[in-house]
Design a protein around this ligand. Sequence first.
Ligand code: CBF
Length: 833
Amino acid sequence: AAAKTTTSAPKAVKATSTVDKAQVKAFKEQVEKHLRTTIGTSPEKASKLAWWQALVATVNEDIFGRLTDTQQTHAKNDTRAVHYLSAEFLMGRLTINNLTNLEKFDVAREALKEFGLDINDICEEEPDMALGNGGLGRLAACFMDSLATCNYPCVGYGIHYENGLFRQEIRAGKQVERPDSWREYGCPWEVCRPESVQNIPLGGYVEKQTAPDGSQCSVWHPSSMIKGVPWDIPVVGYRGSSVAILRLWESRSTEQFNWDVFNAGGYVDAQTEKSLAETISKVLYPNDSTEAGKELRLTQQYFFCACSLRDILRRYKRSHHNDFSEFASKIAIQLNDTHPTIAIPELMRLLIDEEGLSYEQAWDITSKSFNYTNHTLLPEALEKWPVYIFEKLLPRHLELIYEINFRFLNGPVEAKWPGNNEMKSKLSIIEEGEVRKVRMANLCVITSEHVNGVAKIHSKLVKEDLFPDYAQLWPNKFCNVTNGVTPRRWILSCNRGLAELYNDVAGKDWPLDLDKCEALKKYADKKEYQDRFMKIKHDNKVALAKTIKELCGVEVDPNALFDVQVKRLHEYKRQHLNLLYIMSLYKSLLEDPDQDIVPQVFIFGAKAAPAYTLAKDIIFAINAVGEKINNDLRIKGKLKVVFIPNYRVSLAEKIIPAADISEQISTAGYEASGTSNMKFSMNGALTLGTMDGANIEIVEQAGIENNFIFGLSVEEVQKLKPRYNPWDYYNADHDLKAVVDWLDSDFFTPGQPGALSSIKSSLLNNGDPFLVLADFASYKAAHQRAQKMFKDKAKWAKAAMINSATMGIFSSDRSIKDYATNIWTLKSQLIKK
Ligand code: CBF
């Protein structure tokens, strides 16, 4: 509606005339050259895919030159560097982001236009690089962008999964998983580096040997070798800064093909070894914040850590030979959650068994090199590996873990709590029990110099609730680095209208210093700017409405309030709380169809882990309720519910700029930080959320009066939990009871009564572990406040602008600078051209 009442015309969104004609011409020629000489086709015959490939080849000319400059500068200066070990990097698409960071987007758009092509259309050809599950993997991708932009020497290390996170299809309302073969036809951004291949030992047994001086040593006789093949993906920093490397390891057999078996007639068996080795990097485990606990998963973790450490050692030895005294001053290693923990005993093993250092020397280096980021408090996500799996796959590593544990328990623990066996068993790396287990988080905390959480509240809980005894031993080890997101992707690339507004009010450097956006605040009361801001939002909503029509077949009105919850599906994120509210709103509309409410569109996007049945049931319920509501003429289109299938980074880039409300409704204390909450606020959505994770810091910046905060606080959740009885809430609230009971009927699933009952059952019979019913009334009240504010266009626009303008601290550049200063002691390096 705001858009329709616009009086002063907003500035044009980027005038074509500002683009340099000579640059456009040169770019056009380059694209055509690549189309002919790299791709082997002509403009007349080229498919969209071929155009995209030619575009990438053009961009790569720029990138690889800068990459070489970056690497030469770092090698020449022998700089300290950080090595970011992460099992996930959720990169999404790279084309628009790279063009933006090279400041070539406008030139490229104009050049393609001269061929009669729309750049956005061409870039739809690019598959998402979905090598991650959600927040943790996307954080790693934002961090790579910031490391490159801020010129920090770094390498990101991960796994070159053949299949990324599954592609989600929705059939008859239900999630169906399909493989995501993102590089089936090759990925033009990556380069294979055969000169840096590694061979990784696995399995076998450890033999004790007596050295000539009488000391005992261990010799590992592995049973197999896996080849690690590195693929490099250059990550371009903004505006000509450095180009960072993301190095992803692909597993292959050391023997391509077993000729002896083949010659003996075993045609199929001859392939077996090859396919077993290749299984390691075949597929990303689709679990978010829950542990897979599978042997293959540990093998994946070990495989990429072992390859990466060899790579780190190789580079270090190039300038320091076999003198390891400077190792810890040159190398910082960041463990992105516990997934790469096995790197700790692997570095110990490499230094002792292969480089000949003593245990003490190796420990000194190792314990100064590692740092650990915790991303969740959920007990099921804290990795514990059965000792028997270690015995089978990594017997020498197990031996080293026992040694680390022995020295820790009999050293610092005994000194602090003499004779206290209870404390020893609590802090031990080994969990005793029927199945003995290795507690990976304990190994991380014992070894690392720094342990950080990812938002203030989360870091406090990590220190006080998760590791309180370790905090007594080492209070200074624990710190906080609040997460951030890159403004290059999450404003500049995905919301060009808003970027243009910021250029006008804050100057063109805001993508490098997001605090500059604060300049918009002083215009937040001015109608002209409110209108311009809301027109940008409206245009984004029109574009999203089109996407929704294409993907879901549902017509939505861009003038309605767009209320969005997009994230992984998990009970603690409480999509079912949102659903219960929608049902209650629908019920009230059926009771009084003429009531004066703001038309609303509830938009969901979420993937559920394939084995998480209740999460899949919630997806089905959202679709079933949506189907009914969207087709109910009685409510006159006042309410729509859409579930956008296959939520991923490239969809987030379309959805987030179009949101009015950002649903961040986790049970307080469960969402470590959240990062979509930051992206939504930056793009002018108001948060409807709990005091959890980074929501708390968002509200600190943007003001509680500009957001809709509800629900129990962390302390209240902790207090209520032991005596919580969901039936009390169910029995006391008529509306709540009615909607929960509705789940048992076949109203939303004609002919299938009980199809949605598992949700009711989890809320009542299973004790409602995430306090959905306890927060329902307060959630409903927050929605009513939002409704009321949305009717006051000026007030809403002002709040949206203040949210967007005050998100400076959530730039991932700030997070990376915090890590560099407080954890890595790392200096940025200007790149010589
Ligand atoms: O820190 C990044 C994100 O990580 C998670 O996604 C995770 O996988 N543990 C958390 O759930 C998020 O809260 C957090 O923002």
